[in-house]
Ligand binder design. Structure first.
Ligand code: FDA
Length: 469
């Protein structure tokens, strides 16, 4: 158990309790559920938050591994994420900048390594122009379609029935430009191969960050980190909710009718309430039994939302050796095992930490290897970017969210081909007293902690409005 969760256990209840009567029961103590519970409590409603794990934070988790503090899950904050930034201020949590001084590294499909500065990859002039053009096309679509209701736009069906990979092929003959643009959405965000999701899903991803330009600008999208770790957001929210947060309480059954719910969790916990918020990713809705069953529409829709797969690799060194070599630690290579790498050194830490990402089919391939061979290949990829010293990590750790029972992938959920325009309008619609809240169904901040917070605030506001009308 982590140090953080040891602290949580001292203040949060984890023993069996009799039936509770509350206004709202929240399933899931990630940032979305805890934000919703906090807002409801502020509005004078009583809440209980039931969490399956022995810790709060969900896909945010700050842990100490072999003496190194690592952000196992979500960590970065960007300037457009105003809901999260506001919450950080409220909770008294500070931020610090990602280290980004010096040259970045680009590795071409042919394996050629180039150091560069500035916003554009050091590709040949034609490819650079083509990438700029594709970024403009995506920016235009993101601005026209938006993140709130992409399914409602006249272009929705057309864009949702073509894979992002095919759409890029239709747009450009330049394979290097296509691979690089694909990397930002496929490997970089949805963590699924570009043939597995639609162009509309890619547009939603871009629109949710304000623009595609924002998404491809690592200085924007990966701007800051939270001092003490992103999990602190959930830990602090849970601390102020105190005894109303129950750990080790996976919810198994929700009985419901138009008047309310009875929610049953392990540990003999039963909570009766007027409403329930499912603050879990959509791929986990079906882990719960509903009595009566959810309607046909939800049964169908939930089968089309799935999480991607990415290995977040942490490598810690005695010093941030790349800085002495004039390198920022940032590197991109669509054909590399590690497609993106960044300096992830902790606030005021003498040691240097790199974080790299191995996404979708590359992650599948890595997981066919034994742990030592996988580590050697991944470190060799880091060394390709930053030099042979990258092989000598003193701490090495792979975040493997695909193996986590209460998540099952990373970073978040997206629809399969055609699903977004077909079902999107219903993702946030309550079913009787059952409400849905998580980053996976957010508009702004989609897939990010900011989106989780926005959805928590929005769902709480919806419930408060319903209950006061
Ligand atoms: P979340 O999944 O966090 O919480 C849901 C909670 O429900 C979990 O605690 C789970 O245990 C619980 N639960 C599930 N089923 C249950 C049941 N039946 N009963 C009770 N409890 C149940 N974001 C970002 O902004 N910046 C970043 O840099 C990154 N990077 C990143 C890296 C990695 C590796 C991951 C995995 C994720 C990110 N993210 C991110 C995404 C971000 O972490 C994510 O969007 C939010 O944590 C989602 O918050 P939610 O509260 O919506 O779900």
């Amino acid at each position: 158990m982590t140090q953080a969760s040891t602290e949580q256990r001292s203040t949060l209840r984890s023993s069996p309790v009799p039936t509770l009567q509350k206004d709202v029961v929240v399933v899931g103590a990630g940032p979305s559920g805890l934000t919703a519970a906090t807002a409801l409590r502020k509005a004078g409603l009583s809440v209980a938050v039931l969490e399956a794990r022995d810790r709060v934070g969900g896909r945010t988790w700050t842990d100490t591994i072999d003496g190194a503090v690592l952000e196992i899950g979500g960590q970065w904050v960007s300037p457009d994420q105003t809901a999260l930034i506001g919450l950080l201020d409220e909770l008294g949590l500070g931020t610090f900048d990602r280290y980004r001084d010096g040259e970045s590294v680009y590795i071409s499909a042919a394996g050629e390594r180039t150091r560069y500065t500035g916003d554009s990859f050091p590709t040949n002039e034609t490819t650079t122009k083509e990438m700029d053009r594709l970024i403009e096309v995506m920016d235009d679509l993101a601005a026209r379609i938006g993140a709130e209701e992409p399914w409602a736009h006249p272009l929705a069906r057309e864009l949702d029935t073509v894979s992002f990979e095919q759409w890029l092929i239709d747009q450009s003959d330049d394979a290097e430009a296509r691979d690089n643009i694909g990397l930002f959405i496929a490997g970089g965000m949805l963590t699924k191969p570009a043939h597995a999701f639609s162009a509309l899903q890619a547009v939603l991803m871009a629109a949710s960050a304000g623009s595609f330009s924002n998404l491809v600008d690592e200085d924007f999208i990966l701007d800051k980190r939270v001092i003490g770790g992103m999990q602190q957001v959930s830990i602090r929210l849970a601390e102020s909710l105190g005894d109303d947060v129950f750990l080790n309480a996976p919810v198994r059954t929700v009985k419901w009718d138009e008047n309310g719910v009875a929610v049953f969790a392990d540990g003999d916990i039963e909570v009766q309430a007027r409403r329930v918020i499912l603050a879990v990713p959509p791929n986990l809705y079906t882990r719960i039994s509903y009595d009566p069953p959810l309607p046909r529409r939800q049964h169908q829709m939930h089968q089309h939302q799935s999480l991607g797969l990415v290995i977040k690799v942490h490598a810690v060194y005695e010093t941030p050796f790349w800085r002495a070599d004039g390198l920022s630690g940032t590197g991109f290579g669509a054909s590399e095992i590690v497609q993106e790498v960044y300096d992830n050194t902790n606030h005021e830490d003498d040691r240097g930490t790199l974080v790299g990402f191995v996404s979708d089919e590359k992650a599948d391939a890595m997981f066919t290897l034994g742990a030592e061979e996988r580590k050697a290949k991944i470190l060799a990829s880091l060394a390709h970017y930053l030099g042979p010293k990258a092989n000598d990590a003193v701490v090495y750790y792979e975040s493997d969210w695909g193996s986590e029972e209460w998540t099952r992938g990373a970073y978040a959920a997206s629809f399969d081909l055609g699903g977004l325009h077909r079902y999107g309008a219903d993702t946030r619609t309550p079913v009787g007293p059952i409400h849905f809240s998580c980053s996976d169904i957010a508009a702004e901040g989609y897939q990010h902690v900011d989106g989780a917070v926005r959805m928590g605030q929005r769902t709480a506001a919806d419930i408060i409005a319903l209950d006061t009308n």
